[in-house]
Design a protein around this ligand. Structure first.
Ligand SMILES: [Cu+2]
Length: 544
């Protein structure tokens, strides 16, 4: 089907590490991802960009040529640690200048021997991500030979990549301009459509007269094909700008097994899994319920999380189904012989990803330590409309709203750029596995924020918010020793590890890193409109 993106772990898990060379030319052109004409970015003519597949220990050398007419750009490798390669992280204003029009930049970095999982890359310039400048990046875990000298049998018969995102029919720059006005009252723009692997199917009759679109109705909804006898690994990425989503596949046994970059979680078979927020990934183990396989078709259902929508957009169908055609169905004879399905496991209706726990207990040294060995930083984030900013919504981290300086921070020493208008706390580098930095991110806004930290995975010791319709407050100030975390004790036993954590409305998240990756690393809300409005900062680990 048009949505199938089959991955090829067999080309990577049995071989030695090597260097991959890519030459990418970025251009733009009008396409119809969901039937509606839209100017989108292309990488070597592809929308979305090509999928990168590699193994841990591989080197990537990606020469990016900016073939755009009017904009600079930069590419970020979301979730990769970029150890020793801070300068290739793609964060404009922090690590590099935009690649100028007609210019080139070659990203060179090694994927660590111990890093594998589902990643993605995307532009970190302006709002290009929302108009298609992104793609999948899958790092396969190398297979080691078993006792018999042969590689183990793969756990999955097939792997698929599923990039899901909300879509705006207008150019993202126009959408941002709409948001950055006093009259938006800081209500985020609600998307018009949704895509899987760059393909959707818009119901042209939903278009609103106020926003005329050039829409060609697709005669059938795009779908997928699955083999009813195969066990699949689905690598799901939210490549969107605003909306989280929940997904379900009636008739499938679906189990979330990893989140973000290869972090294993306790498996809970479920009928639906969510909410996956922009920037986050989840790997699902999927097999077909045998009793269901008499039926030839089912659907992948994507339901956008409407908690992020503060006004109605009649142009959007927020819950969409994509047909799945099942092949290789068992014959009636083989089904009637009374065999017990091997996958008959109890299934819960819904697995809430925010409750995910690490499959492996944290190593003992993660236990609460003497205060002197754990440093703590407290952040407050909010969106403010201030008179001196013409009441335009601006994202703040503590008292700063990020504005990129003309030269990237890493190009000059700290004294040169440190002037109180940029929030880039300094954290001493430590190679000790017992030195931690705990970061409390308090969210004072009515909407949640998925925060992404570059260069690191972190342990989520706690994340909590008040009920989504409540006006109550749920901040956590760890320096007030009389007040416990409102969401209950922090989890030092089996905290989930991630690189993008959802900080709920009027709530907080407590994340813990080992500050062992030197560099200046961006920490920002991954909702594109908030990030663009300044909800961003940096962490400087080590250096001068
Ligand atoms: Cu946000």
């Amino acid at each position: 089907g048009p949505l199938d993106r089959v991955l090829h772990p067999e080309d990577h898990i049995y071989r030695k590490p090597r260097t991959h060379h890519y030459n990418w030319t970025i251009s733009s052109s009008v396409r119809r991802p969901d039937g509606v004409a839209k100017l989108v970015y292309l990488i070597n003519g592809h929308y979305p960009g090509p999928t990168i597949e590699a193994r841990a220990g591989d080197k990537l050398e990606i020469n990016v040529h900016n073939g755009l007419a009017e904009e600079g750009l930069a590419m970020h490798w979301h979730g990769l640690h970029m150890r020793g390669r801070n300068a290739y992280d793609g964060a404009i204003g922090f690590t590099q200048c935009p690649i100028p029009i007609g210019g080139n930049f070659t990203y060179k970095f090694e994927i660590a021997d111990d890093q594998w999982g589902t990643f993605w890359y995307h532009s970190h310039a302006q709002t290009q991500r929302a108009d298609g400048l992104y793609g999948g990046l899958v790092v396969h875990k190398p297979a080691h030979n078993g006792a018999d000298g042969r590689p183990p049998k793969p756990k999955y018969d097939e792997e698929r990549l599923i990039l899901v995102n909300d879509l705006y029919h207008r150019p993202a720059a126009d959408v941002l301009a709409w948001y950055m006005r006093a009259v938006s009252n800081s209500m985020e723009p609600v998307p018009d459509s949704l895509l899987i692997n760059g393909v959707g199917s818009y119901n042209c009759s939903l278009a609103m007269p106020a926003y005329p679109i050039d829409c060609v109705q697709k005669p059938v909804r795009p779908g997928m094909r699955f083999d009813s006898q195969k066990r699949y690994r689905l690598r799901v990425v939210n490549t969107g700008s605003l909306a989280g989503f929940t997904m379900s596949v009636p008739g499938a046994n679906m189990t979330a097994v990893e989140v973000d970059g290869g972090n294993k979680i306790s498996p809970t078979p479920a009928a639906s899994v969510g909410i996956l927020h922009p920037g986050q990934r989840v790997d699902l183990s999927l097999s077909w319920d045998e009793s269901f396989s008499r039926i030839r078709t089912t659907d992948l259902e994507i339901a956008l999380d409407q908690d992020a929508f503060f006004y109605p957009n009649p142009a959007l169908d927020p819950t969409q189904t994509f047909p799945i055609h099942l092949t290789n169905l068992p014959s009636a004879a083989s089904m009637g012989n009374g065999s017990t399905p091997s996958d008959s496991v109890p299934i819960v209706p819904y697995f809430d990803l925010s409750t995910a726990k690490s499959l492996h207990p944290a190593s003992p040294e993660l236990s609460p330590l003497e205060p002197s060995t754990t440093k703590t930083m407290v952040l407050y984030t909010t969106t403010l409309m201030l008179a001196h900013q013409n009441n335009v919504p601006m994202g703040y981290m503590n008292h700063t709203s990020w504005r990129s300086s003309s030269s990237p921070l890493i190009s000059s020493p700290r004294w040169f750029w440190e002037n109180g208008t940029q929030l880039v706390p300094y954290i001493p580098y430590s190679s000790s596995s017992n030195d931690f930095m705990d970061i409390v991110i308090n969210n004072l806004d009515d909407s949640g924020h998925p925060f992404h930290l570059h260069g690191y995975d972190f342990d989520v010791l706690g994340a909590w918010g008040v009920d989504s319709h409540s006006k109550a407050w749920g901040s956590y100030n760890p320096f007030d020793i009389h007040v416990a975390p409102p969401g209950g004790p922090l989890n030092y036993q089996n905290p989930v590890r991630r690189d993008t954590v959802f900080v709920p409305h009027h709530g907080y998240a407590v994340i813990r890193i080992r500050p062992n990756n030197p560099g200046i690393w961006m920490l920002h809300c991954h909702l594109l409109w908030h990030q663009s409005a300044g909800m961003a900062m940096g962490l400087q680990v080590g250096g001068d």
